[in-house]
Design a protein around this ligand. Sequence first.
Ligand code: MN
Ligand code: MN
Length: 459
Amino acid sequence: MDLTYKRKNVFQEADKKEMKAIMDYAEGYKKFLDNGKTEREAVYETIELAKKNGYKEYTLGSKIKKGDKLFYNNRGKSLFLIKAGSADIAENGIRIMVAHVDSPRLDLKQVPMFEKAGIAYLKTHYYGGIKKYQWLTIPVALHGVVILKDGSKVTIKVGEDEKDPVFYISDLLPHLSQDISEKKVSQAFEAENLNIVIGGIPSGNDEKNAVKKGVLEILNKKYGISEEDFLSAEIEAVPAYKAKDVGFDRSFIASYGHDDRVCAYPEITATLETETDQTVLTVLADKEEIGSEGNSGMQCILIQDIIDMIASSYGVSPALVRASSKCLSADVTAAFDPNYPAAFEPQDGSYDGNMSRAGQGVAMNKFTGSRGKSGSNDASAEFVGYLRKIFAEENVIWQTGELGKVDLGGGGTVAKYLARYNIDTVDLGVPVLSMHAPYELISKADVYSAHKAFSAFIK
Ligand code: MN
Ligand code: MN
């Protein structure tokens, strides 16, 4: 009898039929990525999917009946899918899954336009943890909304259509980079230089701001906006790349925003497709990348309010519902990168280590945090054991994960913001290579494995 623990490769274990299922699943995921690059777009894309599956809009406060399939749109930036089951929610609680749909990006400042040396620019303030140099010399698109003086809303999306122009942030040529090359990477690139090129044709003969004037004329003609309207705008610069298969065997997908759409999408497909008598609450959260703050982030009390509304509709104490609920905090984790082994726990041929690897399935991080699990939820052995049993019964290939070498750094997720309501919670998500880069990489095996794991959880 072999008593050792061995991880499995999802592709290796798949028969012909499952291999096709993995590849087909990836096609739907790529569409979701391209149609939902911002939190607002991902929310609307999900509403469309939910409506096609019979979901109706929920008005806060209205009574929820067993069998209802509802969506609650929180300000267009976060979303709750409620599937009201027939099982007793005092005893079984609610199956909750939370992923986030905001991703690191460059936001426009409130007074963003300026002109210098005949080039018009937009100034940015980055959102979330980025390596600034990765955003130089790549095509970027602008997505967002502008609220005009009269209160009406204009939606902007430029740089995604084949015929659209894109935008650009320049870098200094290597020939003149000696000073920069000698600096530390953390000091070599300044946020105030992340200025986006938006035009170069002067309008009229004025010496000053003629190019800016020209761009404003185009914006006014197309959107009816003037410079002052940027004061009440939310415009995000994101990479103008489409999701693409990677590798001769098409095993990987490269895309902007895998973190955390690669967990949001399986959460949605599992919710829409799984037959269950459990009550399921599926959340697409905003603002995770900046600490889950604000009224669209998971620190907002809205999650508790929604659980309260379900409980009161069923005539059950919300405290009892929360106590028996279970939650997957569905967020990405770091995949082991063979090019940078020093960042990860040492591994050799005889020891697989605690790092998740691309292709070995969805990864469970029992704990996150940094420097001694600080800021971590750290799930109980009992809850991990409960999931382990379910995954074994449903043939889910999964692995454990950890963010990297213990002393190197770390990170957090929304897990602790669910656990604070007395809900058993653990992190379960897809391993990502080049996390937080403008173009991240995941294995098709792992997003498929996440779909299977989330389906098993709510069954
Ligand atoms: Mn994340
Ligand atoms: Mn992140």
